[in-house]
Design a protein around this ligand. Structure first.
Ligand SMILES: Cc1ncc(COP(=O)(O)O)c(C=O)c1O
Length: 393
């Protein structure tokens, strides 16, 4: 828990003084450590310091550059307008809070990210969950929601994600928007992992699935592909105008500092002008995912860069395994166990980036074969039993 990765953000970083091959950082396009990107960050820091502009956007925290970034983001994701958020987490919570009133009904995917769950908690009216990516379940819940909306004279907000970050599945946005023919609702999509990685231009899961126009409110964070801090909402001008005056996380909080605004403008420019970064990312994703499948690993139903590997084992075995991976194979990836996933399963979650090489992939595949063998021949069970015996002495 709370591991410290040190050194420049890249495919190889330091953990406990030793170099590790890092597969747990969402710097998908490898922008975080590029000299020309850091030069813009440094110049903005030198010119503006860390504070400018002071105050909330509506009061004294607005600048031409905030406006420029919003216009460029909106154009990039093919929407009329956009609005900046200081952090994705608070921002989307606040958006959910602003978009619904007590007579409205929220229908959301049960596997949505914590920020959506927390946003839904702010809602004073009814909410229904649908089974993860299950369109039949969504339809059933839309029937319930429609009845209620008619009685209450309210509306329906459906919430899903472009990419579900644990398992890597894309939200079934195409199927969800099909339901607009049968039901009246608006769709909010959190595309934190899709923005910059999916779609022909990198505009995300909506572009990838050909339904960007049908997403009523599009959300993405700068914390992944754009390797920064901040986030944005994009939608029709009318919706953005409404949100500007009703988003409590922006109305009552200091504006995004210029370092991040100028930094995001630069990163967005890189995203548009350097398609080879996304191409390299996908070369690595395809090599890693096909290599794992060829070796018989279960990578579930991912349809994005997020690469999960499911293994069978207990929590103590998972701990021994991850220690072996880090200390003996020099590989650092995130590990997820019960209660996030069912008991008896171990999920190793890998995030390929444009900074990885095919050699990194080959080393990792060999290491994964080795740890699977040790998991299956009981080495980790014995190791974890020995550790707990020693602790009980
Ligand atoms: C799906 C999803 N939504 C929202 C967020 C929150 O974004 P931020 O880090 O900008 O607060 C994250 C994590 O970064 C995420 O994975």
């Amino acid at each position: 828990m709370f591991p410290k990765l040190e050194g420049p953000i890249s495919n190889r970083m330091k953990f406990q003084g030793k170099e590790v091959l890092t597969w747990s950082i969402n710097d998908y396009l490898g922008l975080a450590n590029l000299d020309e990107v850091k030069a813009v960050d440094a110049e903005a820091a030198a010119t503006y310091g860390a504070a400018y502009p002071m105050g909330a956007r509506m009061m004294s925290g607005h600048t031409d550059f905030h406006e420029q970034l919003q216009n460029e983001l909106a154009a990039f994701v093919n929407k009329e307008a956009s609005y900046l958020l200081n952090f994705g987490y608070q921002g989307i919570m606040s958006a959910i809070d602003a978009l619904v009133s007590k007579d409205d009904i929220i229908v959301y995917d049960v596997d949505c990210h914590a920020c959506i769950i927390d946003g839904v908690r702010l809602h004073m009216g009814k909410r229904f969950t649908f089974q993860h990516n299950d369109i039949e379940s969504l339809e059933k819940n839309l029937e319930r929601a429609t009845k209620l909306a008619e009685q209450q004279n309210g509306g329906i907000l459906v919430i899903s994600e472009g990419v579900f970050g644990m398992r890597g599945e894309q939200g079934k946005l195409k199927e969800i928007v099909e339901l607009k023919k049968k039901f009246k609702f608006r769709l909010l999509v959190d595309d934190a992992h899709g923005f910059g990685t999916l779609g022909a231009t990198g505009a995300g899961a909506g572009e990838e699935q050909g339904v960007q126009d049908e997403i009523d409110v599009y959300f993405a964070t700068f914390a992944k592909s754009l390797a920064g801090i901040g986030a944005f909402l994009a939608a029709d001008q009318e919706i953005i105008d409404y949100l500007k005056y009703n988003l409590r996380s922006q109305m009552f909080a200091k504006s995004l500092p210029m370092i991040y605004v100028k930094g995001a403008l630069k990163r967005l420019d890189m995203l548009r002008s350097r398609p080879e970064l996304k191409a390299k990312l996908w070369e690595n994703v395809n090599a890693l995912q096909s290599g794992l499948k060829e070796r018989g690993f279960d990578i579930g139903t991912t349809s994005s860069c997020v690469t999960p590997v499911y293994l069978n084992g207990s929590i103590p075995e998972a701990m021994a395994l991850v220690k072996d991976l880090r200390e003996n194979h020099g590989i650092f990836c995130s590990i997820v166990v019960y209660p996030v996933i069912p008991k008896g399963l171990i999920l190793l979650r890998m995030i390929p980036t444009a900074t990885h090489t095919l050699e990194d992939v080959a080393i990792t595949l060999d290491a994964f074969s080795a740890i699977r063998e040790r998991l299956e021949n009981g080495t980790y069970k014995r190791l974890s039993a020995a550790v707990s015996a020693a602790m009980n002495e």
